[in-house]
Design a protein. Structure first.
Length: 311
């Protein structure tokens, strides 16, 4: 990996020495424990949870039925035989917002920088919560700077932190799936990458040009109005957003020279890949396909955001 990719994942996923992590979404809870030496997968857990137990949201309460989630996590903790008390958390994509901003320059003081970044966010958001918490990093861009910013609400992250504290675990790093997945991209050999992450209730698109994070888009969809809830039900919606993103932000890029990555937390996306490759005349690669972690493809897909933070 080049300096950009190392710096990005280290900033948003520090501290790096964590050996257990969990992912919570609207439809499943997943956990991974890796060895201290060699960071190989020692144990894992992946299980569906009932609908309505967790409802991802940037604004509203996320954990609706904590006792049901508690029961599921208890099963995971017993199976995985967790040793340490520090864990990584992958929280739902819809529970945060990611922005990229360009600046000619920024003040040296962190407080002044954050005030300017918050001002830029407020210009894009009609509602800016009082308990907003931001994490950001800065990267050189031409003669200026680019900021990659993750915006969360303190109360939402606190929900998850307090849930794990009930079991004696400390959340040492908390990131959305898209950040966890970045560490699994073969960014060192591919300058231009496109990342598509599909969850049950939403999908996100990330674009990297010249190894630089330049765009993030997120869209919610409601499978109840579109069919059974499979990827195929919303295929055309996803295709439309992919086309818009490429047309708007990938000017001057030859799609045949880009590397397209896809991950689905729902599984069953082989047919999706087949149609996407025909439509966009490019090759889509499953993020977990190059991971040698002793898991089957479906397990690797589900666990890949956690693996990206731990490995």
């Amino acid at each position: 990996m080049n300096l950009f990719w190392n710096k990005f994942i280290e900033f948003f996923s520090a501290p790096p020495e964590l050996f257990s992590g969990f992912s919570i979404s609207s439809h499943c809870i997943c956990g991974v424990r890796v060895s201290a030496k060699g960071k190989s997968v020692v144990d894992f857990y992946a299980s569906d949870i009932p609908e309505g137990v967790v409802q991802p949201s940037f604004i509203e309460k996320n954990i609706i039925e904590p006792e049901v989630l508690k029961e599921e996590f208890s099963k995971a903790a017993r199976k995985m035989r967790l040793n340490g008390k520090d864990i990584a958390l992958i929280f739902p994509e819809l529970s945060q917002k990611t922005f990229t901003f360009s600046f000619d320059s920024l003040p040296g003081g962190s407080r002044e920088r954050e005030q300017i970044i918050r001002f830029r966010i407020k210009k894009r958001m009609p509602f800016f919560p009082e308990d907003a918490r931001i994490s950001y990093d800065l990267f050189p861009k031409d003669s200026g700077l680019r900021a990659v910013v993750i915006l969360t609400r303190t109360n939402i992250i606190k929900e998850y932190e307090e849930f794990f504290l009930r079991f004696g675990f400390n959340v040492r790093t908390a990131v959305p799936p898209s950040v966890g997945l970045i560490n699994l991209l073969d960014a060192g050999s591919e300058k231009n990458c496109f990342l598509l992450n599909i969850e049950k209730e939403s999908f996100s698109l990330s674009l990297y040009k010249d190894s630089e994070f330049i765009l993030y888009r997120q869209k919610r969809f409601d499978f109840e109005t579109g069919g059974t809830g499979s990827i195929q039900d919303k295929m055309e919606d996803v295709f439309e957003e992919v086309e818009k993103t490429l047309n708007f932000s990938a000017e001057g890029l030859d799609r045949r020279e880009m590397k397209f990555w896809i991950r689905s937390g729902m599984g069953g996306h082989d047919r999706f890949i087949e149609k996407a490759e025909k439509k966009f005349e490019c090759s889509f690669h499953k993020i977990g396909s190059s991971l040698d972690v002793g898991l089957n493809p479906e397990e690797t897909d589900r666990l890949s955001p956690v693996l990206g933070v731990l490995l």
